[in-house]
Design a protein around this ligand. Structure first.
Ligand code: NAD
Length: 485
């Protein structure tokens, strides 16, 4: 019998599901059991061509609709997603292995927020009027054209919506390629957008690995590329896009600092560290994986952290009581296990976890290392798993310098009751998305994105509009043209 997660077909192009079984099969394995639940096929060159051609053909008419009309469709899609949240959350859990406890509140709902927010903004995207005496200039905020979205595997529904919603609101069309590790959810997003009235060709989904992504990025019809992925992939995709002078948004990896001062509320700081390291089993780009704790509260913090980490309910992701699920796949589990071994070998003190769970599926224990020093591998490289590094510090000046001593700059957090210090420290940290006495909140109203090797551009908020539109400036002369001859 076909598993309920098996999609109707691998791709969604020009308003319909499309299959081409001559593409390389991509098995979808449920992370909690290791069983294959679905299979899709990578896009062949013919499928890539169909998707790009349909996105290109649909763009002008879509951009000519009023913003209010476009927005209405996006908001209708948001309503459908909310109404089907449970079913979509179950699919997200099958796709990623993340517990239903999380997916019910963080995935389809976050996608719906983006569709609702950008749907609401669509009708208000205007240029400006610039008076120049009798003459004037007016500006037109135009769509870029055909956009390519490429996703990572940790938030497949959210990433499709965070890219699709602002792109479509601005009058662009999109070809979206989900991660080969989580190919299912973006198809549902496309299906629902069309159910909501989206014209055929405006949002297309094709499957595949890096080479399909590469074919999309280098196509001359594509005007913009938005990638969520690792920094090494980001460098390749950015370079390929630059060849064609395309616009880019790069949402890449991080090794973000969380700084906890002596005067912090310890329960809140521990809660922030848990959210910023163990949510989605640590598979979150903005995680605060370098937890700097001021020396005075270090042992108290560690004791409480170990105690609360012990309360994680590790188990069946479909059981809503489960608060900690498996890694997305065996490969990622092994990568993270490698980092855990490096942490041990390089002399970090294991506080809790440190091993695979003795059960089927790709489960790791939530792991905390203390006495981590700046040079250790686990303090320098993005692990993308449930491994928290706790580092000690003494002074504010010292911790800010150490926090910034990384190629990355996605997020940063500070826990303190001293608000002057909180704002001063945040002001000095090199990061795009920051938190005071909190960690990893990502409302659609707030800009999200990184600096340094963590990326270029911003998603969410009104900032995203700037990254999916361009301004045409028009000079209007009311009098005669004066010329020298
Ligand atoms: P990845 O870089 O391996 O892959 C990302 C996507 O790029 C996939 O769809 C992949 O098929 C595609 N790809 C790979 N090579 C390509 C190429 N040459 N041309 C075009 N496309 C190509 O990342 P991943 O392992 O799927 O995801 C984890 C990474 O994503 C982590 O580094 C994480 O921090 C990052 N991430 C960032 C954000 C953010 O918003 N900043 C959010 C989630 C994940």
């Amino acid at each position: 019998m076909t598993h309920p997660a098996q999609p109707k077909a691998s791709h969604f192009i020009n308003g319909a599901y499309v299959e081409d079984t001559s593409g390389t099969p991509i098995p979808v394995v449920y992370a909690a059991s290791g069983e294959q639940i679905a299979v899709v096929h990578a896009a062949t060159p013919a499928i890539v061509e169909q998707a790009l051609a349909s996105g290109k053909a649909a763009q002008k008419a879509w951009a000519r609709m009023t913003g209010t009309e476009r927005g209405r469709i996006l908001r209708r899609a948001a309503d459908i997603i909310r109404a089907r949240n449970h079913e979509l959350s179950v699919l997200e859990t099958y796709d990623t292995g993340k517990p239903l406890q999380e997916t019910l509140v963080a995935d389809a709902t976050s996608g719906a927020d983006a569709l609702e927010y950008f749907g609401g903004l669509a009708g208000s995207l205007t240029g400006e009027h610039i008076p120049l005496g009798e003459d004037w200039v007016y500006t037109i905020r135009e769509a870029l054209g055909l956009c390519v979205g490429i996703g990572a595997w940790n938030y497949p529904t959210q990433i499709a919506c965070w890219k699709g919603a602002p792109a479509l609101a601005c009058g662009n069309t999109m070809v979206f390629k989900p991660s080969e590790a989580t190919p299912l959810c973006a198809l549902k997003v496309a299906e629902i957008l069309h159910e909501a009235g989206l014209p055929a060709g405006v949002f297309n989904v094709v499957q595949g690995m890096g080479e399909v992504g590469g074919a999309l990025v280098t196509d001359p019809r594509v005007d913009k590329v938005s990638l969520t992925g690792s920094a090494p992939t980001g460098k390749k995709v950015y370079a390929a896009a630059a060849e064609g002078m395309k616009h880019v948004t790069m949402e890449l990896g991080g090794k973000s600092p969380m700084i906890i001062f002596d005067d912090a509320d310890i329960e809140n700081a521990v809660g922030g560290a848990i959210n910023g390291n163990f949510y989605s089993s640590g598979q979150v780009c903005s995680n605060g994986t370098r937890v700097f704790v001021q020396k005075g509260i270090k042992e108290k913090f560690l004791a409480r952290l170990a105690e609360r980490t012990g309360n994680a309910v590790i188990g069946d992701p479909m059981d809503e009581a489960t608060s900690f699920g498996p890694m997305v796949n065996e490969n990622q589990m092994n990568i993270v296990l490698g980092y855990i071994e490096k942490g041990k070998a390089e002399g970090a003190r294991l506080i809790c976890g440190g091993a695979r769970c003795d059960m089927p599926g790709w489960y790791l224990q939530p792991t905390v290392f203390a006495d981590v020093t700046d040079g250790m591998t686990i303090a320098r490289e993005e692990i993308f798993g449930p491994v928290m590094s706790v580092l000690d510090f003494e002074t504010e000046e010292e911790v800010v310098a150490r926090a910034n001593d990384t190629e990355f700059g996605l997020s940063a957090g500070v826990f303190t009751k001293d608000f002057t210090r909180a704002h001063r420290v945040i002001g000095n940290l090199e990061a795009g998305s920051c938190f005071i006495n909190s960690y990893n909140d990502a409302p659609v109203e707030a800009p999200f994105g990184g600096v340094k090797a963590s990326g270029v551009g911003r998603e969410n908020s009104k900032e995203a509009i700037k990254h999916y539109s361009q301004v045409k400036s028009v000079y209007v002369r009311m009098g005669d043209v004066e010329a020298a001859f």
